[in-house]
Design a binder for this molecule. Sequence first.
Ligand SMILES: *Cc1c(COP(=O)(O)O)cnc(C)c1O
Length: 423
Amino acid sequence: MTTTDTTTRFQLAEKDLPTAWYNALPDLPEPLQPPLHPGTREPVGPADLAPLFPMPLIEQEMTQAPWIDIPGPVLDILRLWRPTPLVRARRLEQALGTPARIYYKDESVSPAGSHKPNTAVAQAYYNAQAGTKRLSTETGAGQWGSALAFACAQFDLECKVYMVRASYEQKPYRRVLMETWGASVVASPVDDPNHPGSLGTAISDAVRDAATRDDTHYSLGSVLNHVLLHQTVIGLEAKEQLALAGEERPDVVVGSCGGGSNLGGIALPFMNDTRVRLVAFEPSSCPTLTSGKFEYDFGDTAGMTPLLPMYTLGHDFVPPSIHAGGLRYHGDSPIISSLVKTRRMEAVACPQSKTFEAAVQFARTEGKIPAPETGHAIRGVIDEALAAKEAGEERVILFNYSGHGFLDLAAYDDYNHGRLADE
Ligand SMILES: *Cc1c(COP(=O)(O)O)cnc(C)c1O
């Protein structure tokens, strides 16, 4: 790479949109343990999951096929914003005085402003194909609910969103997005108006809705294998774009981790190259990977979902209400959990104030204002870049810019005026 090269954005043509998803399941260091039935504790079969999901998604949960073709109607919708740009964060590098080269994959350019529509569109498509009329789901701060509301609008599906009550009351703008895309939104838990709610209670409400209505399936925005599968378009594109930038490979791939979908999306396509380090960043107030136990646990508070083998803080854990709402989940993706357990992936927890400090430095150098969740990845990137400076090494750092922070400005206001508390 010559020192006079100032290229900043590495763009793929529309025709270079990946046409297949990468399936990590056959390549994992250890095979995943199966999900267990919540009643019998026996491995669940496809028939157990059929009240909740259409068959193609159930198959994607378990398949050993290395690649899965992306259906044409899904590609047509992804083309509204994909391929997304890969950007070299030159101005952040200069501010840090680091010899590291920092690249970010900009998933904030989607209609809902995050990576989440990548799977929402695929899930809505397979449900529409199977004759589902209505989808139920949960949402924390509203990122996933807004992605699914957009996707349902594309396929004329009804969308019912159970939104964590604390966010429903404090963060109206994502509810407005969801309603504008045609979804109906209620506060969760529905049967206890004094409870602030959590992702766990909202999942219970949404699963109960789908399990008790014939016309309705359930949709989950993270954690499950098929969700990470759909997100691999991110890493597949990034690989091509790094090649355009003249990079052989990243030395380290970084993502924030709530349920593991944006991290899996960018990291899994690099998993087979053991020279590439993979690192998860999570909040120290909800430290699932760094302080949780690896064991079978429910995905929801009421214990209605199958038991998944994962790092968990316990299904009744109610995390403190930090601004990065998308990272407040007691469990984690079985794929990500397995990678951490086998030490293929590292995990780091950081306090909220440090993530906002990093997010603000990014905003003042690169210009873009990140989602508080994304701020966790940026904290990790800055620490990696400073370590590279310390070591005098030219590391190549790739991270997932999972979403923008335009609907999280109250959080920035708190940070800017010294009102942001660490747990
Ligand atoms: C939901 C969300 C996350 C966390 O979810 P993952 O499934 O771990 O990716 C991170 N960033 C943004 C912007 C989100 O909306």
